[in-house]
Write a protein that binds this ligand. Structure first.
Ligand code: 5GP
Length: 179
């Protein structure tokens, strides 16, 4: 897989070190609260597994699956819930765990949707964020792994055509792979 990348943005060690820092902040912020981690399938599986295991406080986990991209390649902000949570979020401290924020439209929809269900609080933890999300400010990511360039990236849960999710680092896919 490594040979299919034009560059490695972050190694496994760099990601794991950052994840431990985020988990320590989450531990502090939710020390006296019961936090419900909501992972967004499929991309956030690695982030969810690593952040939750680096945490030292209790947490519960649930999952949602949404279709973030419509038929095109650009995010439309029109999001369909393919799988909803099994847990009620009423009066719960919800922490959404997402892989990457590109435009932020997907998360902004999701936050509005979950907010209408009356949680006690709702925050976002994401592995990576692209410049467009910073510019558009659709959502605020409280716990962010890394800011990255706007290139199409794979690894650490992120796929191209269903592959590369199991790369332990994050890299830019070489155009030769899709040409
Ligand atoms: P947004 O609504 O923030 O524009 O889109 C977020 C979603 O688009 C992510 O959850 C992810 O599924 C997908 N996405 C955005 N950028 C990338 C990328 O560079 N690589 C991959 N594999 N997926 C991406």
């Amino acid at each position: 897989m490594r040979g299919d990348l034009s560059s490695v943005l972050f190694t496994e060690q760099e990601i794991q070190a950052r994840v431990r820092e985020l988990a320590a902040r989450i531990d502090q912020d939710y020390a006296d609260k019961s936090v419900l981690l909501v992972g967004i399938l499929n991309g956030a599986v690695m982030m969810m597994a690593d952040v939750s295991r680096a945490m030292r406080i209790h947490c519960e986990m649930d999952w949602m699956a949404i279709s973030s991209y419509g038929s095109g390649v650009a995010s439309s902000g029109v999001v369909r819930i393919l799988k909803d949570m099994n847990t009620s979020v009423v009066d719960r401290h919800v922490l959404i765990v997402e892989d990457i924020v590109d435009t932020g439209l997907t998360l902004s929809y999701l936050v509005e949707n979950l907010r209408s269900r009356n949680p006690a609080s709702i925050e976002i933890c994401a592995g990576f964020r692209k410049p467009e999300a910073v510019a558009a400010r659709h959502v605020e990511v409280k716990y962010l792994g890394f800011d990255i360039p706007s290139d199409f990236v794979v690894g650490y849960g992120l796929d191209y055509a269903g592959r590369y999710r199991n790369l332990t680092g994050l890299g830019i896919l070489d155009p030769k792979v899709y040409s």
